[in-house]
Design a protein around this ligand. Structure first.
Ligand SMILES: Nc1ncnc2c1ncn2[C@@H]1O[C@H](COP(=O)(O)OP(=O)(O)OP(=O)(O)O)[C@@H](O)[C@H]1O
Length: 265
């Protein structure tokens, strides 16, 4: 398979670092505090993983960062002319008429044939260009959505639960793909996950969110952070795996994780 042309390597000297820089974000929805004084910065070339249980406010945080939702308090700074590629958590395919992968990824962005080819090659699915989007596997569908986001040539790629509906092998490959995209393009990446058992190894920073930022750090330090253990329990800390890596340890009772499809949230 032909490899896409690599972009020039990242240069620490030439780039403004922060793509988004949020301070003191608070918001209440339906009379309930969802986010409470949350700070978050994402820089060019950085992968930031946000993990937290269902309902922790991860999607709400992303919507505020992207300017889709206004916080009750706090501020969000964005790099001038920031372009965002967003891979949403849910994509209501069932409401659409049958459509090819090419149509799916070009529905909301103008892109020429060569750009579509490049995006599909970059995400490893050039052979699926004319396939029916409804027939794709979970992993293929996520790749198509990533290709769709890449067509915008984003400075910041935001992926909300990108491994949902993807089996273990596909999950590892997807994480690898995301790391390669960051390396090649030098874009910032925000990765949202409700899976407290898994953190992508290439993450430069992990933010554990549960209404507030309970802890933050490089993947290896998160599992030993007392706040992580206090909030998510020693079992979550014990089983937190840094992916991709050799799958040579025990995941305890997490059999769903090792075999078969995983439920979409
Ligand atoms: N418009 C709204 N009105 C009232 N409550 C809302 C609204 N939007 C979100 N919420 C609530 O805010 C909380 C956080 O939602 P959010 O989708 O940000 O969580 P999440 O961490 O992304 O969860 P998940 O992992 O399940 O996707 C949830 O309890 C949700 O029900």
């Amino acid at each position: 398979m032909p490899q896409p042309e690599p972009l020039p390597p990242r240069s620490a000297a030439t780039e403004p670092r922060a793509l988004v820089d949020a301070h003191g974000l608070s918001i209440a929805l339906g009379g309930r505090t969802i986010l409470d004084h949350v700070d978050m910065t994402v820089s060019r070339g950085e992968i930031v993983t946000v993990i937290g249980p269902n309902g922790a406010g991860k999607s709400t945080l992303v919507k505020i960062l992207l300017g889709l939702l206004k916080p009750d308090a706090g501020s969000v700074g964005r790099a001038p002319g920031l372009t965002v590629g967003y891979v949403p958590q849910r994509f209501p395919l069932e409401n659409l008429v049958p459509l090819t992968v090419e149509r799916l990824i070009t529905m909301t962005v103008r892109a020429g044939r060569a750009a579509v080819t490049a995006a599909l090659e970059e995400t490893g699915i050039p052979h699926l260009r004319d396939a029916d989007a409804a027939g794709l596997s979970g992993g293929e569908f996520q790749r198509a959505l990533i290709a769709r986001a890449l067509l915008r040539d984003p400075d910041l790629l935001v992926l909300d639960e990108p491994v949902q509906g993807v089996d273990f092998t596909g999950e590892t490959k997807l994480y690898r793909l995301i790391g390669e995209i960051r390396d090649r393009r030098g874009c910032g990446v925000v990765l949202i996950s409700h899976d407290l058992h898994v953190v992508m190894a290439e993450s430069d920073r992990v933010i554990c969110l549960n209404g507030h930022v309970c802890c933050e750090g490089v993947p290896e330090t998160i599992r030993t952070d007392p706040e992580f253990m206090r909030l998510f329990g020693p079992a979550a800390a014990r089983h937190l795996a840094i992916y991709p890596h050799a799958h040579d340890h025990d995941h305890g009772h997490d059999h769903e994780h090792e075999h078969g499809e995983r439920a979409a949230s």
